[in-house]
Structures are given as C-alpha cells and as structure tokens.
Design a protein around this ligand. Structure first.
Ligand code: KIV
Ligand code: ZN
Length: 516
C-alpha cells in the first residue's frame, strides 16, 4: 500500500494544486506570504505533485510569494502562471528559477469568443503566439505547461492543432480547461478522448484538465476526463477558486480511492492529511466549508437518523463508504486534557500536520493550550488547530488585544472596556454600543484610529458543548481592499475582538506590502 492507495500497479494521476493561485482568486480570499508558505508546506505533506504558487507578474506581492515558495520548498514541482508573451514568462522564471523542479505554466485562449472579443486575435495569430511563448519558456526549463483557456468552448480540431504545435515547441503538459464551468461530464470526457485520438504527438505530453464548478460539475468532469485518458487534474482544497470554484482535490482524490474498483488510476495523495489541510484553508481564507460538503463538511460523517446510527454501531460500512480516519478525521475524540504534557502535545500537533515547529513555536502553542485547558474541560483536535493557526500562521500584529471586559443584558447599556498594544504602546478606552460586540468593535476602532467597514460577521462553535470555543470570522473593507479576520476563544466577545483585530492587522500588512 502507498498512502492507503491500494493497488500500486495502477497508473498515476498527477495532482496539480492551484489553491494558492486560482483558489486565491475566490472573492476576498487573498493570502499573505506567511499563509501561502504555510499552506505550501501542507501541500507537500499531502504529497501533491505540483503547487501552482501564484501569478508572478500580477503584483510584487505575488512575485515574492512564488519566489519564497520556489526558493524554500522542496520535494514538489512549483509552478508559476504566465500569460503567453515574453514579459510574463520572464517574470515567472525570475520568481521560479531557484526552485528544485520549476514549471512555467503559460496560457492563451483558444475559443472564438475569447479570440474575437477579449484578445482581438485571429486563430493563426493565437497559434503563433502560443508556439513562440512555449519556445521561450522552454529556453528556461524543460518543464512547461500550456493551457488553452476556454478549451471546452473552443473548436476541438483547433485545440488539437494548437496542442500538437505547442508539444512540438516543448510543452510537456497540455491543459484543457473548462474555464467557465460549462461542460457536462459525458461531453467533457468525449472531448478528451477526441483530443487523445486526434493530436499526433499527444503521447509526448501529459494531458491535464482544469475544471470550474459553475454547474456543480467540476469533479464529475475531472473524473470523466481521467477515464478518457487525462493524467493530471488541477484542483484546489475545499474547491475554492474563481466564481463557484474549482475541482475539489479532496473529492476527486477520495472518489478515485473509494471507487478503485472502477478506475485504473491512483494518486499519491496522503489522504490522512486532508481534514487538517481543509481546516487550514478555511481558516486562512475565511471561506468556511458548508456543513454538507462532501468529504470535509462537518456533517460528511455525521449520522443523524436513528436507523443509520443503529446500523453504524452494528457495522460501520452499513452507512459509511469511507473510513473517517482515512482523511485524518478524529473529531469527537477527546485528544488531550489539562494534565497532558508537552510531549503529548507535540505528538498531537505532529499528527495534525504541523511537524516542523520550532521550540519557540511549540512553547507558545503549549502556553496557549494550557490556558485554554484551564477554562475548557475537554480539548479536541479542532481546539488545537485553532491555536495552531493563530500562533503559527500569524501575520505581524500592529494591534494586540491585552484585555477586554464587556457588559451586556436586557436592561443594561452594552459597554466594553478594551486595552490594546498599538505598535508597542498600551492604550485603553471604554465605549457603548448596540450590543457587546458593537461596543467592543467601536472601542477598538477608536483606539486604533481606523475607519474600516464591517461587511460580514459570523460566529460558530469549534466543537460541541456549552464550553466550546467560539470561532468568529469577519470581513472588513478599507479603501476598496477587503480582508478577512479570524479569532477563537471560549468567550465569544473576546473571539470577536480577536477576529476584528486580525482583520485590521491584515489591512496594515496589505498597505505595507502595497507600498513596497
Ligand atoms: O480557468 C482557467 O482557464 C485558468 C487557466 C489559467 C488555466 O485558470
Ligand atoms: Zn481557472
């Protein structure tokens, strides 16, 4: 067995993860350099084959993120996106060149809709530019991917012609995106089969697909393409991405694994890290996973009806087609208690995928853990994950919460007293509001001198029980820039203040990055 994927004689499907690029194109999901780096480390643990780290020419921040990942991450191919054209490709290479196995991913649309209205180019001009771009990229590296944007709405014979020409020019992967999420599974599979049959040199390249989920069919389309011969799928964790998102990695991987009886392929994904990776993505991006989402939704392994519960107790497979352990789900298990020591904590932290913490990081997590264990009887993996995300994937804290006291009730004027550290200086104030959260936020805004607008506020509980930690997510806007903020604490007013401050810290960080 390799990573639980039973038959090793099966052909491999490469997983090209684009959580850091297309995933980041989800509205409001921008990630900073530390967050992207932390996620890249997690993607290595998952054993993805390629990490698309970003679009280097898009901004200085994007360039720096790709460079940081290419320079420092090993054991995986790192890709950078570039439009067809020398300038984009040169910039991508500049960011990627110190990587272990860098890939230049260049793209140009093949559909008449894009050619006529967006690019104002003829098919011949498109073909010429695609070939020239691939030739240019191939001067830097032999690892070149070409994507025919909007391929699913393009004339197929033209895509075959383009693929044949770019493969001859040096492309080692050719990608057939369903950019608008328009295709239906049977149709999409047939297009891939046609491509395999009608592109003379197709065996010299890996055929890839990149599906969007506008009709909820991204995973189904990717599976149909695999059946027809595609051997790379482009995915994101939790299916995040432009508009309705991309093919969800966890779904396609678990479908291939669970229905190994029906498919002759495997992936190398270490599925036991899926759950922790999914949580990391939702915490970093602020995009929560819907409870009924396949594989990683909170209810994906929950059995509500009595008949189902009875069946599960008698024999798990009566109603479970996957073992929750296979995705690393230990939820519901009491994992650690107040008396657990540093060693037990380190082991648990490792099991959650954080196995390269420094002594200082581990000490900070241990300190937070003890503090929480004092007020919360039972500690679950989710509690520990919330601490880890807060302590490890952190951004510079211009504003830090030192203390918060809030008063509320049906006959009381809601009041909050807040003490902050603002750039190293202690400041405090108290203020009123419509409710305790409103009063806390108003006081924080006054103390920090900020005027951002709160767009969204959501509170949920991390685990069950009245002593569960509250997890708050906010979305805040300032000068047209939208950021998210997270906070967790057994006290929901404190969790809200932490989330708000986290968002304000992100805004400061973004402004500094922008000025850079
Ligand atoms: O959706 C798309 O077509 C893309 C390409 C850049 C691969 O994201
Ligand atoms: Zn896309």
């Amino acid at each position: 067995m390799i990573n639980g994927n039973v038959a090793t004689d099966k052909e491999k499907v490469f997983i090209f993860d684009t959580t850091l690029r297309d995933g980041e194109q989800s509205p409001g999901a921008s990630m900073n350099m530390q967050e992207k780096f932390r996620l890249a480390q997690q993607l290595v643990k998952l054993q993805v084959d390629v990490i698309e780290a970003g679009f280097p020419i898009a901004s200085v921040g994007d360039f720096d993120c790709v460079k940081n990942i290419a320079d420092n991450i090993r054991g995986v191919q790192v890709a950078g996106l570039a439009r067809a054209g020398q300038k984009d490709i040169d910039r991508a290479w500049e960011a990627l060149k110190k990587g272990e196995n860098p890939r230049i991913h260049t793209f140009l649309a093949t559909s008449d809709i894009h050619l006529q209205h967006k690019l104002r180019m003829s098919r011949e001009q498109m073909l010429e530019l695609a070939v020239a771009s691939v030739q240019h990229a191939a001067k830097y590296t032999s690892n070149v991917e070409f994507s025919a944007e909007d391929a699913s709405r393009s004339e197929l014979d033209f895509v075959c012609r383009v693929f044949e020409a770019v493969i001859a020019a040096g492309a080692t992967t050719v990608n057939f995106p369903d950019t608008t999420g328009y295709a239906l599974p049977e149709e999409f599979g047939a297009k891939i089969a046609y491509l395999m049959e009608n592109t003379a040199n197709i065996h010299k390249a890996v055929v890839s697909v990149h599906c969007h989920n506008d009709l909820g069919l991204a995973v189904a389309n990717s599976l149909a393409a695999i059946k027809a011969g595609a051997r790379q799928v482009e995915t994101t964790l939790n299916g995040i991405g432009e508009r309705a998102g991309n093919t969800a990695m966890e779904e396609v991987v678990m479908a291939l694994r669970t229905r190994a009886d029906q498919v002759n392929v495997r992936t190398d994904i270490a599925t036991e890290f899926i759950h922790a990776s999914s949580r990391m993505v939702s915490s970093i991006t602020g995009i929560m996973v819907q409870p009924n989402k396949a594989i990683v939704g909170a209810n994906a392994f929950a059995h509500e009806s009595g008949i189902h519960q009875d069946g599960i107790l008698k024999e798990r497979t009566t109603y479970e087609i996957m073992n929750p352990c296979d995705i690393g789900l230990t939820s519901g298990n009491l994992v650690l208690g107040k008396h657990s020591g540093r060693h037990a904590l380190k082991e648990r932290v490792k099991a959650l995928g954080y196995d390269n913490l420094t002594d200082d990081e581990l000490n900070r997590v241990f300190h937070r853990f003890k503090g929480l264990a004092d007020v919360k009887k039972e500690m679950f993996d989710e509690d520990l994950e919330a601490i880890l995300l807060d302590e490890i994937v952190r951004i510079p804290e211009t504003y830090q919460l030192l203390s918060l006291g809030a008063m509320s009730g049906n006959k009381t004027m809601p009041t909050s007293a807040v003490k902050l550290l603002v750039e190293g200086k202690e400041v405090q104030d108290a203020g009123l509001g419509v409710g305790p959260i409103d009063s806390a936020f108003r006081t924080i805004a006054k103390l920090t001198g900020t005027t951002s607008k709160l767009l969204y506020f959501a509170v949920s509980s991390i685990t069950g029980g009245t002593d569960a930690q509250g997890e708050v997510m906010v979305r805040v806007e300032d000068e047209g820039k939208i950021v998210i903020g997270q906070g967790a604490d057994p006290d929901i007013i404190t969790a809200s203040a932490k989330a708000y401050l986290n968002a304000l810290n992100r805004l400061v960080y973004l402004k500094k990055e922008r000025n850079k």
